[in-house]
Design a protein around this ligand. Structure first.
Ligand code: AMP
Length: 432
C-alpha cells in the first residue's frame, strides 16, 4: 500500500515522501481513508505508531478542499494533555503544511507560560489550534478565539487527558463546539473512563486497533526487579556497570529525586545528570546535547521533563520510581525500542509498590515476571490485608504513591477558590 493509494492529494503524498514516509503505517493505512470519507475515528494506537500523521495528513487534505476567503476561521481543534505533545503535534502540522498552497496557519497553546504571546499569535485567526484544554478555555475567556466554526476535533492521547484530570475542561469545550463536526479520537489504552468519553463523543466511529504486527510492534523487553526502596540506587549502579548499559533514561518521581539519583551515580563514576522543569532552558539543552553525543551515560528525569527528550537510540529505560498514572508507564517504556531497535524497560518494584505495579500490569494487559538480584533481595515487608495480599501504599509511599491519594495542585486551587468564595459570601452577608 502506498500513500497515493489512500486518496490523499498529490501535494500531500509528495510531502509525506519528502519526510521519508514511503509506506503508511497500519494506523495510517486504516485511518486516512476513513477520515477522508468524513467518518469519526476511534484509534487505539501506541506512541510511535505514526498516529500524528494519520490524522494530520487527511485533516490538511480537507483544509485544502475548503479554502476560505481572506479571513481565517478555526477549522481544526486538536486537544492534547501536555505542553510537550502540543509542541510536537504543532510541529508536525506546521511541517506537513509548510509547502501547501494558501498558507495554513497552526497555533499551539498550552498553560504554564504567559498567555499574551499565544493571544497575539491568534490575531487574524488560525486554521488549526493545538492546545491543552485548560489554556484553550483561558483563551476563549479572553475572547482570543471561538470554537463556532470548528469542523474537526482531534483528541490525542485521550487516556492521558483523563489521567491528568481534564474531564471537566473537556466537557466545557465539547459544549462549545458545533454539533456538526468530525471527531477523531486517539488513545494508547482503553479503560472504562476513556470508553465512556469515546461513547459520548463519537458517532458510528470507524474502530482502528493497531495490530501488533511484528514489523511495527516495538521490541521491548520488560523486567520487574523486586528491591527495597533504600537499595535502589546501589542496584542501579550495579546494573549499569554489570550489564554495560551505554545510554539510560531513568525516571524518578520528583525533581529532588532526580538530583539525588544523578548525584549518587555520578559519585560512582557514571556520567549522569538530572533533567527536570526547574533547570533553565540552557541547562536542559546542555544535558540533552551531552546525552545525544554520548558524553552523558545516564539522564535521570521526571515524567514531565522527559517528554522533551527525543532520542531515537535509547536502549534502556529504568523506572527508579514507578509512574503514578498507569498510562505513563506505557509512555515511559515506549521511549526505548524505537525505529526497529530492541529495547529494555526495567522497573524497580519495592514491596510497598507491588500492588501499584499490579495496577500498571492490568492497565497494559500484560504481566511482567518479578525477579530478584542476588545481594538485593528485598527485606522490607509490605503491608498486607486479611487475605495476605499486599494493600499497597498508604500515604507514605517511597514510589510517589497512587494517583488520587494526594491532593493535586488543581484540587488545592479549587479548595482555595471555594474558601475564598465562602469568605466573600460571609463578608457580603456581614454588610448591611
Ligand atoms: P507518532 O506515533 O505520530 O509519534 O510517530 C512516530 C514516528 O514515526 C515519528 O517520528 C514520525 O515521523 C514517524 N512516521 C510516521 N509515519 C511514518 C511512515 N509512514 N513511515 C515512516 N515513519 C513514519
Amino acid at each position: 500500500m502506498s500513500f497515493a493509494a489512500l486518496g490523499l492529494k498529490a501535494s500531500l503524498v509528495r510531502i509525506a515522501a519528502d519526510r521519508g514516509f514511503e509506506t503508511p503505517t497500519p494506523i495510517q493505512e486504516a485511518a486516512i481513508p476513513a477520515i477522508l470519507q468524513g467518518h469519526d475515528v476511534l484509534g487505539l494506537a501506541q506512541t510511535g505508531s505514526g498516529k500524528t500523521a494519520a490524522f494530520a495528513l487527511p485533516v490538511l487534505h480537507h483544509l485544502l478542499n475548503e479554502r476560505q476567503g481572506p479571513s481565517r476561521r478555526l477549522r481544526v481543534l486538536v486537544l492534547v494533555p501536555t505542553r510537550e505533545l502540543a509542541m510536537q503535534v504543532g510541529e508536525v502540522m506546521r511541517d506537513l503544511a509548510h509547502d501547501l498552497p494558501g498558507g495554513i496557519k497552526t497555533v499551539v497553546a498550552f498553560g504554564g507560560v504567559s498567555i499574551n504571546p499565544q493571544m497575539m499569535s491568534l490575531r487574524g485567526g488560525a486554521d488549526i489550534v493545538v492546545a491543552t484544554p485548560g489554556r484553550l478555555l483561558d483563551l476563549i475567556d479572553h475572547n482570543a478565539l471561538s470554537l463556532t466554526s470548528v469542523g474537526a476535533l482531534v483528541l490525542d492521547e485521550a487516556d492521558r487527558l483523563l489521567d491528568m484530570g481534564f474531564a471537566d475542561e473537556l466537557s466545557q469545550i465539547l459544549e462549545m463546539l458545533p454539533a456538526q463536526r468530525q471527531n477523531l479520537f486517539f488513545s494508547a489504552t482503553f479503560p472504562e473512563d476513556v470508553q465512556e468519553l469515546a461513547h459520548t463523543l463519537l458517532q458510528d466511529p470507524v474502530l482502528i486497533e493497531v495490530p501488533d504486527a511484528p514489523e511495527h510492534a516495538p521490541d521491548i523487553t520488560q523486567r520487574a526487579i523486586e528491591v527495597d526502596a533504600d537499595k535502589r540506587a546501589q542496584l542501579l549502579k550495579t546494573l549499569i556497570k554489570q550489564d554495560q548499559w551505554s545510554r539510560v533514561l531513568v525516571f524518578a518521581a520528583t525533581k529532588y529525586g532526580t538530583e539525588l539519583v544523578a548525584h549518587k551515580l555520578h559519585r560512582a563514576g557514571i556520567h549522569s545528570a538530572a533533567f527536570h522543569g526547574d533547570l533553565s532552558q540552557g541547562a536542559r539543552k546542555q544535558v540533552l546535547d551531552a546525552f545525544k553525543a554520548g558524553e552523558l551515560q545516564v539522564v535521570v528525569a521526571t515524567d514531565v521533563a522527559a517528554r522533551g527528550i527525543h532520542i531515537a537510540d535509547l536502549p534502556v529505560v529504568v523506572n527508579f520510581d514507578l509512574p503514578r498514572a498507569p498510562a505513563d508507564y506505557i509512555h515511559r517504556i515506549g521511549r526505548t525500542g524505537r525505529a526497529g531497535a530492541s529495547g529494555l524497560a526495567v522497573s524497580f518494584v519495592t514491596p510497598q509498590a507491588e500492588s501499584h505495579f499490579r495496577l500498571i500490569e492490568n492497565r497494559q494487559g500484560q504481566r511482567v515476571p518479578r525477579e530478584q538480584i542476588p545481594g538485593f533481595e528485598p527485606t522490607d515487608t509490605a503491608p498486607v490485608d486479611e487475605q495476605g495480599e499486599p494493600t499497597g501504599p498508604k500515604g507514605l509511599d517511597p514510589n510517589g504513591g497512587i494517583k488520587g491519594k494526594r491532593k493535586s495542585k488543581k484540587d488545592k486551587l479549587r479548595e482555595a477558590a471555594a474558601r475564598d468564595a465562602a469568605h466573600d459570601a460571609a463578608n457580603r452577608g456581614g454588610r448591611p
